[in-house]
Write a protein that binds this ligand. Structure first.
Ligand code: SF4
Length: 401
């Protein structure tokens, strides 16, 4: 496995690389290897002794396990995790930040990623060969990432490629499986995050006649608008419909083909909620994540990644009021950490990201106590061939941004 140091600032896509990428068609060796990534394993039930632990005992045993494991383990906590998990995290942040934090702790034998499946895969891609990545609950998968399965992506690719044209580049949001990242790497494309989507999409539009952006329609659409792309040049590919649900001629005219995927958490936010917040709290500022619908992003005062939202609130003047359109565990933590500001979730009937919520403290305790017993459970390993191309897609992102 390559190390994070190998994820150096790679040169932008060169002619040779484009030629290599073009050679990857269905049924080639690489495509077969990509398709061979095993299905995600199911999470076995927790041992009964872990199922009935109360909060106090969980806290005491987690504290003990963390202390005994010391620097052998690094625990990563995504911003959307509950407080009882964040309390035991060495680092907290968004998915890419955390994967890089993991890479900076080469002395840790084990990386316990309190997040969702694709994040643990990214940590495996960026960590050292001797490090083992653990996801406390294997059921913690991101529903958005799951909307872009490799087979369906490949079908879309074949359909769009058959229209001819000089080049198509795929760009995938980091919220995607390693095999979809690898697909992008093998076809000359790149990964992006919500923080650098503009730079990566701009690069792709400069280098390809068309761009396939997946899996989040809304991040793609919001980024395209920010770049000034003509909305008429954007089409939506619905993987649930025959031929993506679009007219045969549409992709030919398109510069940007958006995959119809979404985040159910960010889809909850509406312009009516923004209007209500402004009515009830004159002077409130609204900040939302770019996974929200376009009309919500347009109506907000500010839009940006999870880190951008954290920075915006941190740097806001005391006494300011904020209605935040993103995951509620994160918003509630921001409110607690900034008592001099009024911070609330834009959605009054909030519910947390159910995928993230699957990392219950009892699962974290179970994986840590198994490590104390010299047993590694719930290890996440990206197969070597997939990892190679996924790293290439990540490398391109680093080269662009
Ligand atoms: S908040 Fe949305 S995008 Fe993030 S992990 Fe949950 S379902 Fe996936």
């Amino acid at each position: 496995m390559e190390t994070a140091a190998c994820l150096s600032k790679a040169a932008p896509l060169g002619p040779n690389e484009q030629e290599i990428a073009r050679r990857f068609k269905r049924h080639t060796e690489t495509a077969l290897t990509l398709a061979s990534q095993p299905a995600r394993p199911c999470q076995p039930p927790l041992p009964p002794s872990y199922q009935l632990l109360d909060d106090v005992e969980l806290d005491v045993r987690l504290t003990r396990a963390r202390a005994l494991l010391g620097r052998r383990v690094v625990v990563l906590g995504h911003h959307y995790q509950r407080d009882e998990i964040i309390k035991f995290a060495d680092f907290r942040g968004d998915s890419f930040q955390l994967a890089r934090q993991a890479a900076s702790r080469r002395d840790a034998e084990f990386i316990v990623f309190c997040g969702v499946h694709f994040m643990a895969e990214s940590a495996d891609l960026l960590s050292g060969p001797e490090q083992q990545v653990i996801l406390p609950n294997l059921e913690a998968g991101c529903s958005m990432a799951d909307m872009a399965q490799l087979e369906a992506v490949d079908e879309c690719w074949q359909a769009v490629s058959s229209l001819g044209g000089s080049s198509i580049l795929p760009v995938t949001y980091i919220n995607s499986s390693a095999d979809v990242k690898a697909f992008c790497g093998a076809h000359g494309g790149a990964v992006c995050t919500s923080a650098n989507a503009s730079a990566v999409l701009s690069w792709a539009l400069d280098h390809g006649e068309r761009v396939l952006f997946l899996p989040d329609e809304h991040l793609g659409r919001n980024t395209a608008r920010r770049l000034g792309l003509d909305p008429a040049a954007v089409v939506l590919w619905d993987p649930a419909e025959p031929q993506g649900g679009i007219d045969a001629g549409e992709p030919r005219r398109a510069r940007l083909i958006l995959w119809k995927g979404y985040c159910s958490v960010h889809m909850r936010f509406t312009t009516a909620q923004i209007a209500k917040a402004r009515e009830c709290q004159p002077g409130v500022s609204v900040v939302v994540h770019p996974e929200c619908r376009s009309e919500v992003v347009l109506a907000a005062d500010a839009v940006g990644s999870t880190e951008f939202i954290a920075k915006t609130i941190r740097e806001a003047p005391a006494g300011s009021q904020w209605a935040v359109g993103t995951e509620v565990q994160f918003v509630n933590r921001l409110a607690k950490e900034h008592p001099d500001k009024q911070v609330s979730c834009l959605d009054p009937v909030v519910c947390p990201c159910s995928s993230m919520y699957r990392i219950h403290p009892s699962y974290l305790l179970w994986v840590l106590e198994r490590l104390l017993a010299d047993e590694v459970v719930n290890r996440i390993v990206v197969p070597t061939a997939v990892a190679k191309w996924a790293r290439i897609a990540l490398d391109r992102m680093l080269a662009i941004t």
